[in-house]
Design a binder for this molecule. Structure first.
Ligand SMILES: [Zn+2]
Length: 300
């Protein structure tokens, strides 16, 4: 006998107080549907909740990223400004170095040293086009730092030589012993004897001047004689070092003492006519390593 399949049915009792219970008879698909709907609904909720959480986290990430981007941008702008400033600094350093080089070379020239070149010109080594093309920042900074070291070396090299040169120049007799008076009545060499017959050797130059005219030393040095000196009358002899000495004769008075240090232009005495003299004038002699030399070479 074939088994008859009855469709499964669920019966729902609804209990009521003071009344008979109500019964519902439901086909099986209804509770299945209800369970399915509930499942779908809660699944949707979970999905929605996950999406929201994801969105929130993405949003947070986005905010943080845009914040980072903004910070980087600021840094970049600051960096750019700094680089520009640096580049300008480097250029100005280079210019200053060029000025310094010129000054150093002037000093080296004065010190009797050969010229040097420290700052390379733009077109040198690299074929950079045009003098107006700005050098690379790094390049300029590299040169600048190299040259600064080179400069200080060159300066310390020049300094003693220059000091020596200036000292020698200050000491070497130069110019006229009487200010504004360049007339000469008797030159260095053989001349007719002003007091008698024949010729005599005149070991200096005679400058005519009024009594009392200031006589000034022609270079820095030390007074080694001050007083009567035979035919030169009242005279002053100054030792300049470097083998130089100068003599100022026929003075009416002496203004310095032996041992006194003098700078060029200092007063040594006043014009007179003491000693072997025919009238007021200054007799001026220059000695080089003990020999009398022509002072004409030391006047200008
Ligand atoms: Zn003379």
């Amino acid at each position: 006998m074939p088994l008859r399949r009855h469709p499964v049915r669920y019966t729902l009792w609804l209990a009521r107080t003071g009344a008979a219970p109500r019964t519902f008879s439901l086909p099986v698909w209804i509770p299945v549907l209800v369970v399915l709907v509930l499942l779908a609904w809660s699944g949707l909720n979970v999905w929605l909740w996950q999406r929201t959480a994801e969105m929130r986290s993405l949003q947070i990430q986005l905010v943080s990223l845009s914040d980072q981007a903004r910070k980087l941008n600021n840094q970049l702008a600051a960096e750019r400004t700094r680089n520009n400033a640096l580049s300008q600094d480097a250029q100005s350093i280079l210019k200053q170095l060029q000025v310094l080089e010129k000054e150093i070379n002037t000093l080296r020239e004065r010190a009797g040293m050969p010229k040097i070149r420290l700052v390379p010109t733009r077109n040198e080594g690299g074929g950079r086009g045009g003098a107006s093309a700005p050098a690379e920042l790094e390049e300029v900074l590299r040169y600048a730092s190299q040259q600064t070291a080179a400069f200080s070396n060159k300066l310390s090299e020049v300094s003693p030589a220059l000091t020596e040169t200036l000292k020698r120049e200050a000491a070497t007799p130069y110019g006229y012993p009487l200010r504004g008076q360049t007339r000469i009545t008797s030159y260095f060499g053989y001349r007719r004897n002003p007091f008698g017959w024949g010729f005599e050797f005149h070991n200096g130059i005679d400058f005519p001047a009024a009594y009392g005219t200031a006589v000034r030393v022609t270079g820095a040095g030390e007074v080694v004689e001050a007083g009567w000196k035979g035919p030169f009358g009242l005279a002053v002899v100054v030792d300049h070092g470097y083998g130089y000495r100068t003599l100022y004769g026929h003075l009416s008075s002496v203004s310095v003492r032996v041992g006194e240090r003098l700078e060029r232009g200092d007063l040594v005495g006043l014009v007179g006519s003491t000693g072997r003299s025919t009238g007021p004038h200054l007799h001026y002699t220059v000695f080089r390593n003990g020999d009398e030399v022509n002072p004409a070479g030391y006047l200008d």
